[in-house]
Design a binder for this molecule. Structure first.
Ligand SMILES: O=C(O)CCC(=O)C(=O)O
Ligand SMILES: [Fe+2]
Length: 296
């Protein structure tokens, strides 16, 4: 077990041990708490809401029953029947996450306590616009394009390079379901040069040699596992190679705006196009095309 993995932690123990946790975070760029989130009632509420969203979509749009399946297996079923429907749920959890229960986790006191322990009481806490991602990784090679090469999160988000990524597991762990590969301590390299891959993903340029001196650690998330890492820590996706199991994770990020680089570009965040809904097309019958007097 690596020195930055803290097993058997709940929220209370997390708060009681902020000093050694912060020390490990600063040294390694990452801290991991297997199962910690299971002690957060808001996390449990959020995951049960994700489960109900799956159940509702599978029942109402596909006329199938999925209530008895574990949440990862619900995704496996949905991806086999009509994968596009998964977007209804990922859209709710992404850019930004719209569920109340999730936001109570995101803005919980213990999260704020950690951010202030790392950045100090004077930190100007913010969240980048594209900071929340609900990621689905169902089985099948055609989903491997969603796996990310070695990268730093900052390039995807902007707002401030003083930035922290938080990550929790939602689905049950199975061998081969994939996870994160982490280059320990690589946050110490600062903002690294990068290029874009054919899938449009940022990749650390020349990472084979840049990261050669850093220890690699692979972590696969189970339900309730909680990870925190520096946005400048290099990491990559480990693909799901199972035939029947899925991986579901939620990622969310914070920035400290008290940073000269952030100030240099006015704290702007990256935005990505997402499909929205327009009143004029969804309620065409209620939209009066002209402000002019209706004649007749
Ligand atoms: O869970 C994964 O595969 C990695 C995702 C990731 O690193 C990201 O979205 O920035
Ligand atoms: Fe990432």
């Amino acid at each position: 077990m690596r020195p930055y993995v803290f097993p058997d932690y709940d929220i209370e123990k997390f708060l009681a041990n902020l000093a050694p946790i912060t020390e490990a975070y600063n040294e390694f760029g990452v801290v991991i708490f297997p199962g910690l989130m299971n002690s957060d009632a808001n996390y449990r509420k959020y995951t049960s809401e994700i489960e109900s969203l799956f159940d509702g979509i599978i029942a109402h749009k596909l006329d199938r029953q999925a209530r008895d399946l574990e949440v990862g297996e619900k995704l496996t079923l949905l991806a086999a029947l009509q994968p596009i429907l998964g977007k209804i749920i990922t859209n709710l959890g992404t850019q930004h996450n719209k569920l109340f229960s999730f936001n109570k986790v995101k803005y919980a006191d213990y999260v704020e306590a950690f951010l202030k322990s790392v950045w100090g009481e004077d930190a100007l806490l913010a969240t980048p616009q594209a900071g929340d991602t609900l990621h689905f990784f169902p089985p099948g090679e055609n989903y491997h394009r969603y796996n990310l090469p070695p990268h730093q999160d900052y390039q995807y988000l902007m707002q401030s390079p003083r930035q922290i990524t938080m990550y929790f597991g939602i689905s049950k762990y199975h061998d081969g379901v994939g996870g994160l590969r982490i280059w320990e301590k690589s946050h110490q390299l600062g903002i690294l040069p990068c290029h874009k891959t054919e899938n449009g993903s940022f990749e650390v340029h020349d990472w084979e040699s840049k990261l050669a001196g850093y220890e690699v650690y692979d972590y696969s998330w189970n339900k309730g596992d909680f990870g925190i890492f520096d946005s400048l820590l290099s990491h990559s996706s480990i693909p799901n190679t199972t035939r029947t199991h899925s991986r579901i994770v939620q990622i969310f990020r914070y920035s400290d705006l008290n940073d000269d680089v952030a100030r240099s570009y006015d704290f702007g965040s990256t935005t990505y196009p997402r499909s929205g809904r327009d009143f004029v097309s969804e309620h065409a019958d209620l939209f009066v095309a002209s402000r002019g007097v209706v004649s007749g």
